[in-house]
Design a protein around this ligand. Structure first.
Ligand code: FAD
Ligand code: DLZ
Ligand code: SF4
Length: 516
């Protein structure tokens, strides 16, 4: 009996369900670096290097544990270039009696796997990905019982399920579920920003960096100073470092943006988490333990744990609930192509150029840069949501469709018509000015409302609300905003709209073929 166990590039966990309850001598583990996965969108170079290096390290660790690993590298001359082609070749080589795989993270890959049993005439056992706290069916049951998918209620269920930050009576620690009222302060002068933990590339990673630079030279992004964790051991050290140095201030400055400060108090753990080097429960538990020992305040621990067991689990459930339709959703009928500056960074809008720089250099931008700068601009400007989704999938080291698509289509572009977020995350220059130090150094004047030197976010914001008045005016959470619009003099409203139209005409579209 030989069981073939394909392990996909984002399944690099020793706790993986397909590696459990089985003797290594009964199995062949297949890891595949394949052209199609590296190029179905033109991923950031750093993301490809991270995945290949982590896969290679994982294969070595499995071998040390006694597994027979069949590793297909990207420069294998006989490679078919696809998952299905490589499984076919492995079936021919090893003549397995069955295939065993953990459910994948993407709809596209699920469709491939669905075809394997017929194609290979073998039983294919697809196991639940139980590294997530909430199963796909469990989320569907939760969603079916409700009209609205309110994340906060889902999160409370996950707190009850895990027992994280729950007291002995089953009540939330500190008497409340959510401490955001203590969070989200603007940055202030004199703050010290902790450095994340950097990992010097070893020989294996250096080899991968050279290979990626050579084979994917036309892809976006820089490989300079590559320092991401590529093993579970490194990722655990990065987690401990974050908990010690940054978590105490995570909640308070969660929404802040500071020029040139790429991580602030964020964890930068998403690449390792999404590859499987860390499990969500161990990350959340580390924050809960730091609170229990008095090293981290409750607003920080709770805010961080909510991102992991709340938002992260919720968007994954939403993805599998709403696919495939959500991939094409475009409720606001946005048709503009992605502007070129999302690649070049060449814009006088400093908040945007700094976010693109961080993205190019590190394959990273923190949540508020993604949501309230890059995403907000695209939505206000009416950029096609599928263009925006492709861009986000390409550029971030943590981007896999299950997590990227809900965040783009649902949270940031409101393209699902409000299924994920009841109100669009739209903001003018005043929001960015309050939460960052960008505006004082920007070419544009954030206090000016219209005209060539006014902050473009101001006119775009009101133009967006005017364009979508029929949809949003009745939204209970937007009544006040439309009351302000109604109070405006008609000349002012016209000036906003004219200013937005003039600005939008200056946007250069990105060259064709940038993503796919
Ligand atoms: P921290 O701020 O330290 O947060 C801790 C962890 O919480 C993250 O590592 C992440 O695992 C989780 N988390 C926080 N917010 C979310 C969220 N909204 N959805 C899912 N997990 C969350 N996250 C991805 O992992 N991959 C993506 O492709 C991705 N695309 C995004 C696109 C847009 C438009 C937006 C608005 C958000 C996106 N996010 C994505 C969510 C979030 O921005 C990133 O998880 C976060 O910036 C990662 O950096 P960090 O590890 O420093 O996060
Ligand atoms: C994103 C990616 C890349 C760039 N390369 C590979 C690869 O060569 N081999 C692999 O197994 N996975 C890769 N991935 C991740 C997949 O595209 C995909 O996101 C997941 O396998 C879905 O679960
Ligand atoms: Fe961004 Fe406007 Fe501020 Fe410039 S003035 S940094 S464009 S918000």
């Amino acid at each position: 009996m030989t069981i073939l166990i394909p392990v996909l590039g984002d399944q690099l966990s020793h706790e993986l369900a397909s590696l459990r309850d089985i003797r290594p001598s009964d199995a062949v583990v297949l890891l595949m670096e394949v052209r199609d996965e590296a190029t179905y969108v033109r991923h950031h170079k750093r993301k490809i290097a991270l995945i290949f290096s982590a896969m290679r390290h994982f294969a070595e660790e499995l071998r040390v544990k006694g597994w027979h690993v069949d590793y297909i590298s990207i420069d294998d001359a006989d490679s078919s270039g696809s998952f299905t082609g490589e499984v076919q070749r492995a079936v021919d080589r090893h003549r397995p009696t069955s295939i065993r795989i953990v459910e994948p993270g993407e709809w596209r890959v699920k469709l491939m796997i669905d075809g394997w049993a017929k194609r290979f005439k073998l039983p294919v056992d697809v196991l639940d990905n139980d590294r997530f706290i909430c199963g796909i069916l469990e989320f569907q049951t939760w969603a079916q019982a409700r009209n609205d998918l309110v994340m906060e209620f889902f999160y409370r269920d996950m707190r009850r399920k895990t027992g994280l930050l729950m007291d002995a009576d089953g009540k939330p620690e500190g008497g409340e579920w959510n401490f955001d009222k203590d969070n989200r302060a603007p940055p202030k002068r004199g703050l010290n920003y902790p450095e994340p933990m950097y990992f010097q590339p070893d020989a294996m990673t250096q080899q991968v960096l050279a290979l990626v630079e050579d084979r994917f030279s036309g892809h976006f992004g820089s490989l300079d100073k590559f320092s991401l964790p590529v093993t579970a051991g490194q990722a655990r050290r990065a987690l401990a470092h974050f908990v010690r140095t940054a978590l105490p201030d995570f909640g308070t400055y969660q929404d802040a943006m500071v020029m040139g400060q790429d991580w602030l108090y964020h964890s930068w753990l998403s690449p390792a988490l999404n590859l499987g080097l860390l499990t969500p429960i161990e990350v959340a538990q580390a924050a809960a333990d730091a609170y229990a020992t008095g090293n981290v305040p409750l607003n920080a621990a709770e805010g961080f744990i909510r991102q992991i067991i709340g938002w992260r689990e919720y968007v994954r459930g939403y993805y599998w609930l709403e696919m495939p339709e959500v991939g094409n959703a475009n409720a606001l009928e946005a048709v503009r192509p992605l502007p070129e500056f999302y690649w070049s960074g060449e814009t006088d809008m400093l908040c945007l150029s700094d976010a693109v720089r961080n993205t190019r250099d590190n394959s990273y931008a923190h949540h508020i840069q993604r949501l309230m700068v890059l995403g907000n601009f695209a939505m206000l400007a009416g950029v096609r949501p599928q263009d925006v989704a492709d861009w986000f999938l390409v550029v971030y080291a943590d981007a896999y469709e299950w997590v990227e698509l809900p965040n783009v289509i649902g949270m940031s572009q409101h393209a699902d018509g409000g299924r994920l977020a009841t109100k669009p995350y739209a903001g003018g220059g005043a929001y960015i000015n309050r939460m960052s130090d960008y505006c004082g150094k920007c070419h544009y004047d954030v206090k000016k409302k219209t005209g060539p030197d006014a902050c473009p976010f101001n006119a775009l914001y009101w133009d967006f609300l005017a364009r979508h008045e029929r949809r949003f005016r009745r939204n209970r959470r937007m009544v006040q905003i439309y009351a302000n619009w109604d109070r405006m003099k008609p000349e002012m409203r016209d000036a906003y709209r004219a200013s937005a139209a003039i600005f939008l005409r200056t946007l250069e579209p990105a060259a064709e073929g940038w993503a796919r």
